[in-house]
Design a binder for this molecule. Sequence first.
Ligand SMILES: C[S@@+](CC[C@H](N)C(=O)[O-])C[C@H]1O[C@@H](n2cnc3c(N)ncnc32)[C@H](O)[C@@H]1O
Length: 288
Amino acid sequence: MAASAKTLTARNDSLNEDWTIVVPRRGRRRGRTNPLIQTREPLPQQQAIPWTPTDFEVDSLRESKLIQKMELCMKKLETSQFFLTLLDQIQSQEILHNLQKVLGFDSNMQMVIYGIGSIESYENPRLQLSLALLLKRKFSWIGGIEVFDPVLSTTESQVLEVLGCLVLSIDEQGRRKALKPTIFFMPHCEAELYDNLLEENWRVGLLKNIVLLGNSFENYEQYASQFKNSVVALARHIFSISKFTDEFKIKTVSDDYYGAFHDSSWHFFSPVVDPGSQSSNFDCIPEI
Ligand SMILES: C[S@@+](CC[C@H](N)C(=O)[O-])C[C@H]1O[C@@H](n2cnc3c(N)ncnc32)[C@H](O)[C@@H]1O
């Protein structure tokens, strides 16, 4: 699915459906200013669920075509001004300082990619995966890459493995505990998934291990007044972490990369112990 908008979701109990509030993209859709409300399928229960692709078809022709498409996509991305600008950003003092803080004494960090989308059906997920693979190739501080999206087909999962990624067999619902430095790449995921990740890691000692490349949290804040309270409640960790977050927006540079990377930022979290907290969860920042 190509993400054309930032989304926040809230469960509507009376209809037993989820509402998705779609905030119009900036730039090309500047004319539309009011949030649109759509319905969507309910999300599965918020717990890790064993997962396999819904299709079992092994199709070697589809596989080789997809590998070719990925190779072309990586070539195009590697020489783009967008990628070169991003490399400059990553090697800037401010980002290097934050990466070093997360790494501590470790030499590399695992990359976990949630919500990549269908790499066979859409160019944006291919560009996003290409970015992850190129960054791993370029920087030794990026370790293995794990990928999960419930929409992945058997063909896509096999191609991901050929490209050196590990496809998870469990839907973690974004709830990976960052027990060690981890970069989470969550391109255009729904707010609930970011919120799950933050909630699972709502400890000083865990949040400091996270590098998050995903939807801009500053943009969520900016649009907060347009969301209903029930929707904001589902993203409460996103709003609560803002004062402990260093965010660096990435530049899409040209229209070719807008769809895949618009409104995306690097996020680093530097929580401090809440001295006022009396509970055994004394290092939750803040308690919510
Ligand atoms: C808005 S789409 C973004 C797709 C793609 N990254 C893009 O930019 O076009 C959000 C993606 O999150 C995926 N998703 C939903 N629940 C997920 C979960 N529990 N873990 C990982 N991905 C999930 C959806 O299947 C979907 O592909």
